[in-house]
Design a binder for this molecule. Structure first.
Ligand code: SF4
Length: 444
């Protein structure tokens, strides 16, 4: 009999929907059907939960350029030796890895004396910089659902990037103090592009590309009683609209800003987030107001939480001076390290640096050993010297993940993994053990 498993967490985007229903075959090896999940999440379960389509053995590049299946023991040995031989190895990724994997990776890179970084380095890292400077007056998605009556999406498009965000947390659900759902909320979308999220907005403000900071400044001027001094048009938005929207925010019972990469990666970067936080603080003179980053992958919040606890820093960790960990984005961030050709061994884990890094950075990394740890083929795996397949958290592996609002959620496996395929944590722990063995044998 097929078995229905309820309250499963979806391992795709930072919304971390944990109400998914998965029907699995009676042998526990195949996902047959999923409910309460968007089109993107469906693909994760249907492809991940199908053993026929999975890679089951590591693939090592041969002298003639082809890839050949090797055992996990050989893959562990190759990875351990690569890390021990390197002067400055880098392990990067972790958006699609559970927190147990993050901790195991930290143990390995601390022993290897290398650099450790996560995808925030090329996405919400600028948010971290602003948060360090200006604080983070945030809340949980549960509070948004139950209390928020004014929702602002600024530089983010959840209709495509986090498809159930609006229906599960922000706009449509009926919460404790938002019993009429969509009818009890005012939606403001601020974006240079008119997106599908813009279609549900009560106010759509087409800010001029790269001029978000000026618009924040105008809203702050209204909050500080200087509305008369605002020019007739700011960042493409007429003064009357700015005043009207500012009144909506000030008169909210609970207002929340959700912001995305459109804000933290357009002109201004961390300064945009800095002033967004300042506006949030200003609005608390009139009402309750909070702010939240729309984190992309389902557990990209996780490495920031785990490594902050272990080392005191969320990303861009330099562990080369073993007695003193430091973080300095621009110096110790992955792309900058690669562009300066400082890295002599690279491990791409739970992400696709091949697709996301600038081509010159990838070209530098490719001069040295290049390893990918990922359940699937991607651009990085196809240029790697070694590709190690692992379990998929939330499909055939459990573990802790951190939702975009920093709430930890226990994910669980719904089907058995292909025989012999380890989790990220199991593989990295085995690499660590092998490094200890090799050091004992006098390797290097
Ligand atoms: S919104 Fe995100 S977490 Fe929710 S089902 Fe879709 S991909 Fe999964």
């Amino acid at each position: 009999m097929p078995k229905v498993i309820k309250n499963v967490g979806c391992p795709y985007c930072g919304a971390c929907c944990d109400d998914v229903e998965v029907t699995v075959s009676d042998d526990g090896k195949r996902v047959l059907e999923v409910k309460n999940v968007c089109a993107i999440g469906t693909q994760i379960f249907m492809h991940g939960g199908d053993h026929d389509g999975r890679i089951k053995l590591p693939r090592m590049r041969q002298p003639d350029g082809t890839m050949k299946d090797v055992s996990f023991k050989e893959a562990i040995d190759f990875t351990a030796k690569t890390l021990l031989k390197a002067k400055k190895p880098l392990m990067y990724g972790f958006g699609s890895t559970n927190c147990e994997g993050h901790a195991a990776a930290a143990r390995v890179m601390e022993r290897a004396g290398g650099c450790l970084d996560n995808c925030a380095s090329i996405c919400h890292g600028s948010s971290f910089l602003a948060i360090f400077d200006n604080g983070y007056p945030s809340c949980t998605l549960g509070e948004v659902k139950n209390r928020a009556d004014v929702i602002v999406y600024w530089g983010s498009n959840p209709a495509h990037a986090h498809p159930r965000h609006m229906s599960r947390y922000a706009i449509f659900p009926r919460g404790f103090f938002t019993g009429k759902g969509h009818k009890s909320r005012t939606v403001i979308v601020i974006d240079p592009r008119f997106t599908d999220t813009g279609r549900v907005a009560d106010y759509y403000l087409q800010v001029r590309q790269g001029h978000d900071y000026e618009l924040f400044d105008a809203f702050r001027m209204v909050c500080h009683g200087h509305a008369d001094d605002i020019p007739d048009v700011v960042a493409n938005i007429p003064k009357e609209t700015i005043l009207e929207v500012a009144e909506v925010m000030k008169n909210a019972r609970f207002c929340n800003f959700f912001y995305g990469m459109g804000l933290c990666h357009s002109d201004g970067r961390n300064h945009n987030i800095d002033i967004a936080i300042s506006l949030t603080r200003d609005l608390n003179e009139f009402t309750k107001c909070t702010i939240m980053a729309m984190r992309g992958h389902y557990n990209i919040t996780g490495p920031g939480a785990v490594w902050s606890w272990q080392f005191g820093f969320p990303y861009c960790l330099d562990l080369t001076k073993k007695t003193m960990v430091h973080m300095n984005p621009g110096e110790t961030s992955s792309v900058d390290l690669a562009m300066r050709d400082e890295i002599d061994a690279f491990i791409n884990i739970g992400t696709d640096a091949g697709a996301h890094f600038p081509i010159p950075a990838v070209q530098h990394l490719k001069k040295h050993p290049f390893i990918t740890i990922d359940p699937s083929r991607n651009m990085a795996s196809e240029i790697s010297d070694l590709h190690v397949p692992v379990k998929i958290c939330g499909v055939d592996d459990g573990g802790i993940v951190y939702r975009m609002d920093n709430v930890p959620i226990q994910y669980r496996k719904v089907v058995d993994a292909p025989a012999g395929v380890p989790s990220d944590e199991e593989f990295l722990d085995a690499v660590y053990e092998r490094m200890v063995e090799l050091e004992g044998e006098g390797f290097i």
